[in-house]
Ligand binder design. Structure first.
Ligand SMILES: [Zn+2]
Length: 441
């Protein structure tokens, strides 16, 4: 099996399903099309995702919630949420859609497939821009998020990696992931977000550092409105190396939610791609198996600009600032440029405030994690009553993971699929379907 530096998770069904997400309607294909327009697929390996099964989803979500999602087959435009829907967070910001279970199983399957690529050692960076839905809870939907693909991916990574660092760059606090690992020492959650009265979800204060055994393994950096590239880079460069050195993770997950970009309609920060790329580069420089996920991002064109820039960073290629003409080119007007202009909004974060937060975070790391590096990593078995150290080989056997990836055979019916997906009138930008790798049993 060839070692792949970076893989990008794709499946025509994954894109079609994620295009149906009400909060980011049509965004998945916009992003994929820009990657293809930039020929980025020729610099990274494309791995075809498989949908998650009910059992996969059950590893985090409750059966009651999953069964409720399964009950949505045809949802009319005038559907009115029932009290039971509301019990599961369905309605308001998470409206039901037709064939809901197909959507969530494909969405979660993308991130699980990405995690498996890292788990099996066939890549050291895996990207799923359709994932990153960090607000979803075990028992219900929340904040545009129906299924927590991040937790499901981390649970997959835990089959091999004993210490996982989760970093959240979305403008909103990554509450769903933090809640899932609030008591855990094996997953350290680190979130940088806007923290202002009335701003969703309202959690993620500096004092929010985990509970009981997990105390100290949660870190939140609450930022004031309009934080700029300079601010995020300043705090990330102070906090990330400290967390990395104290926690010593063996795998890293980064949620690259794009709603902290300037001009995001649900945001209120002032980032450009620069700060995101600085943070991602610092993570990649650690050369640990890394999973990059999407998340928020409600200015779709800017989100596509950002995630193309990050993909190029991972692939080690430079992109022309002039966006290539393709079927969605008109969406990038009036300038048709890749770079994102910063706003003139005043950054409300003073250096004295940032330094005080950094000092508190470093004190907490010292207080709660000082013995962490000397602890022997252990993996938890699903079968035993006690936690047991097991070899990676044994662990993978336990997990019954038999997947591998193969290059798509040239004799497959690829032409039909290709023409269906990429018949956009631009021969040069078409994806060569023979370059797509399949997960197979
Ligand atoms: Zn967000």
């Amino acid at each position: 099996m060839n070692f792949i530096k970076c893989c990008y998770i794709w499946n025509e069904v994954l894109i079609e399903q994620c295009d149906r997400l009400p909060a980011v309607y049509g965004r998945a294909s916009l992003i994929h099309d820009l990657l293809v327009a930039y020929n980025l697929h020729k610099n990274i390996k494309i791995v075809k995702s498989s949908p998650a099964t009910y059992d996969d989803l059950r590893k985090f979500h409750s059966e009651l919630y999953l069964d409720h999602l399964k009950s949505f087959s045809v949802v009319d435009d005038d559907y009115i949420s029932t009290p039971q829907d509301e019990e599961y967070g369905i309605g308001y910001d998470c409206p039901p859609v037709s064939n809901m279970f197909d959507l969530v199983s494909n969405l979660a399957g993308g991130s699980i497939t990405a995690a498996k690529c890292l788990l099996l050692g066939i890549t050291n960076v895996a990207i799923n821009w359709c994932g990153g839905w960090h607000h979803a809870q075990r028992f219900g939907a929340e904040g545009f998020c129906y299924v927590n693909d991040i937790v499901l991916a981390i649970e997959t990574l835990k089959l091999k990696f004993s210490k996982i660092l989760y970093i959240d760059l979305d403008i909103h606090h990554g509450n769903g992931v933090q809640d899932a690992y609030n008591l855990s020492k094996s997953v350290f959650t680190l979130s940088f977000h806007k923290y202002e009265p009335g701003f969703y979800p309202g959690t993620g204060s500096l004092e929010d550092i985990g509970t009981l055994a997990g105390k100290g393994y949660t870190c939140n950096f609450p930022l004031h409105a309009c934080y700029s590239d300079d601010t995020l880079e300043y705090v990330f460069q102070a906090v990330f190396p400290a967390v990395y050195s104290q926690f010593a993770p063996d795998s890293i997950v980064v949620q690259c939610g794009a709603d902290a970009l300037a001009r995001d309609p649900n945001g209120g920060a002032a980032l450009t791609a620069r700060a995101y790329c600085t943070c991602v580069k610092m993570v990649l420089d650690k050369r640990k198996p890394t999973l990059l996920l999407g998340g928020g991002g409600y200015n779709h064109a800017n989100t596509a600009r950002l995630w193309s820039s990050i993909t190029a960073l991972v692939a080690g290629v430079e992109l022309d600032d002039n966006i290539p003409e393709h079927n969605n080119w008109i969406r990038y007007g009036p300038d048709y440029m890749l770079h994102i202009e910063p706003t003139l909004a005043r950054d409300l974060n003073q250096v004295t405030y940032l330094d005080a937060c950094i000092d508190t975070i470093k004190d907490n790391l010292k207080k709660y994690l000082e013995n962490n590096r000397t602890e022997k990593p252990r993996l938890e078995t699903k079968t035993g009553n006690n936690h047991t150290d097991v070899s990676m080989h044994g662990k993978l056997q336990d997990a019954n993971i038999k997947h591998r990836i193969i290059s798509k055979s040239a004799s497959s019916n690829s032409n039909d699929t290709e023409s269906k997906m990429f018949n956009k009138g631009n021969e040069a930008k078409r994806l060569n379907y023979n370059d797509v790798y399949d997960f197979v049993e």
